[in-house]
Design a protein. Structure first.
Length: 267
């Protein structure tokens, strides 16, 4: 499982305050804590408190701060191509990068896929197009195939492509988790080698009372369906333990009595 740590995001108060104060220490500490907890990739998002005109420079500053403490892969998270480019120009110098994200709308694919090729990065593609978020398995697969085709046309290796079927909150769309799980299993048949499949895990529990429980249950089910990447909070130790155990039960790792500790040591 590729764990993309979600905590370097201006939407979180501590990170938003650090951005406002131009204090890189909280950002660097959060990077180190997430990596120690098992994150493989660090997502970098400026949040919404920053004025749009300032976001490219803030993204550059956040990436520079993070790169001072790690060369691990970074996920440059913004719908703005200018913000993403600013992050890539800094991040790609020292280590691997993922663009988070494009949609399946043609104008977005035309903008972001060449950027992934230019910088040699991975890219996350969302099952959203000109008609909005796809809400059936067939519609999600159609957009997923469009993203896969665009990657091939732009010489972006399939090993660098991440398809996100978009999980909606179970509180507002109780059918979404079932549709998402079925889509995950079918995404893996779109190409050979198959693309990665990723979700923004916390979306499934938005506005629900039992958020942690819902997140943990869905993560285990998604792993069983074939998902191999997740954007979530690696500081949630119980969530991480359930993820590690699910992979063990799917025969993705070798059992030992200390398999939880071994996972973190291996990472």
């Amino acid at each position: 499982m590729i764990v993309i740590g979600e905590r370097i995001n201006g939407m979180f108060r501590s990170i938003g305050d650090a951005i406002a104060a131009k204090d890189k220490k909280p950002i660097q500490e959060m990077a180190e804590r997430q990596l120690a907890a098992g994150a493989d990739v660090l997502d970098i998002n400026v949040g919404t408190r920053v004025a749009k005109a300032d976001r490219p420079e803030v993204m550059r500053w956040m990436v520079e701060a993070t790169r001072e403490v790690t060369g691990k892969p970074l996920s440059i998270d913004s719908p703005s191509i200018d913000v993403v480019r600013a992050g890539l120009e800094v991040a790609s110098v020292k280590g691997p990068v993922i663009i988070n994200s494009t949609t399946g709308a043609q104008d977005r694919l035309d903008a972001f896929m060449p950027l992934a090729k230019e910088f040699g990065t991975g890219i996350i593609g969302l099952t959203i197009d000109e008609n909005g978020i796809a809400n059936t398995v067939d519609a999600k697969l159609e957009i997923g195939m469009r993203i896969v085709s665009a990657a091939m046309e732009n010489d972006v290796p399939m090993e660098e492509v991440y398809l996100d079927p978009i999980i909606l909150p179970v509180k507002t769309d109780q059918n979404s988790p079932r549709v998402t799980l079925e889509t995950i299993s079918q995404f893996k048949m779109l190409s050979d080698p198959p693309p990665h499949v990723v979700v923004g895990l916390s979306n499934v529990s938005q506005q629900a009372t039992e958020r942690s429980l819902i997140n943990r249950a869905f993560l285990v089910m998604a792993i069983a369906a074939g998902m191999d990447a997740s954007i979530h909070d690696p500081l949630d130790e119980v969530l991480m333990n359930e993820m590690i155990t699910a992979e063990l039960l799917m025969n993705m790792s070798i059992y030992s009595d200390s398999y939880l500790k071994a996972y973190l040591q291996h990472g």
